[in-house]
Ligand binder design. Structure first.
Ligand code: GDP
Length: 295
């Protein structure tokens, strides 16, 4: 898939080779090819169209210096444009409150529990925080055990209440426990479903309104392509989240979902997951993702 995309772009740029400047005629065909390549990288149609239209306007009339090929010039314009569309710079978490409450939301299998562990580990080792993990998936005892195992592995306490089926009560108990123990961050892992459903949304909205989190991070599997965008929209409409976490970017997915999600919900992508291990977490840098999407 990677080679395929690169081949297409190379072919697209060939059209421009040997021309002195980028003109309406030679750029139109190229933009069409680039749009196709972006669609292949999971960028949605509307976003790809807006992007290529903008790039076209910026590229037109640019003189191609002898030292720079039209392909290189266009790549530079596209990289800058893409990075700008994805927010331009990395957006940090707001960690000023004590304790800072971070709510984790997303569908089952998106990588919420794994990310909760990774985030706790990151905040402890990189930001000098003292996190508490709270196991809020009352439907799957296995999810609670999974979080406890991760907590043990990274040396972070986990609050769980196996007697309770009330996610709001568990979240509040967790926050009280954090205040008692001097934890500076509380990470609330929550239950997901296989697909968006009203009961899940009501439940997580109730956790939000009773805990008043400072950050709500929506976790989504980057490999789900267009579905990722639809899910992001549904969660954002209901929760008004503060950031996105794109997981499973260690696979051969190009990450076009990053661009589509940002353009549809206009919320920053804050982290990317790049593996199953606790260290496999990166802060999201728009420029790096731009290069990845363009191949
Ligand atoms: P949850 O249901 O949303 O809590 O999802 P989990 O955290 O249980 O993750 C579901 C599966 O995806 C597990 O097998 C994880 O190990 C795996 N996973 C999570 N994040 C990543 C990632 O960034 N890369 C890869 N390759 N796998 C991941």
């Amino acid at each position: 898939m990677f080679e395929n995309l690169q081949d297409k772009l190379d072919r697209a740029f060939k059209v421009l080779k040997g021309q002195g400047s980028i003109t309406e005629i030679n750029v139109a065909e190229t933009m069409k090819e680039i749009r196709k390549a972006l669609l292949d990288a999971d960028v949605n149609y509307k976003t790809a169209k807006t992007f290529t239209d903008d790039v076209k306007v910026k590229a037109l009339g640019q003189n191609v210096l002898t030292a720079v090929s039209p392909g290189q010039l266009l790549t530079k314009i596209m990289n800058d444009e893409l990075a700008g569309l994805m927010g331009g710079t990395a957006i940090e978490l707001n960690l000023t409150a004590n304790p800072t409450i971070i709510l984790i939301a997303g569908l089952n299998g998106a990588g919420k529990t794994t990310f909760s562990g990774k985030l706790a580990n990151y905040l402890k080792t990189q930001k000098g925080k003292k996190p508490l993990l709270v196991a809020g998936d009352v439907y799957r005892p296995a999810a609670i055990t999974q979080l406890q195992v991760l907590g043990e592995q990274i040396g972070i306490p986990v609050y769980a209440n196996l007697e309770s089926k009330d996610p709001v009560a568990i979240a509040l108990e967790g926050i009280a426990e954090a205040k008692r123990n001097g934890n500076t961050v509380v990470i609330l892992d929550t239950a997901g479903r296989l697909a968006i459903d009203e009961a899940m949304m009501n439940e997580i909205a109730a956790v939000k309104s009773s805990t008043k989190p400072h950050e709500i991070l929506f976790v989504v599997d980057a490999m789900t392509g267009q579905d990722a965008v639809n899910t992001a929209k549904a969660f954002n409409d209901r929760l008004d989240f503060t950031g996105v976490v794109l997981t499973k970017l260690d696979g051969d997915t190009r990450g076009g979902a990053a661009l589509s999600i940002k353009s549809v919900v206009n919320k920053p992508i804050k982290f990317i997951g790049t593996g199953e291990k606790m260290e496999a977490l990166d802060v999201f840098y728009p420029e790096r993702m731009a290069s990845r999407i363009l191949g």
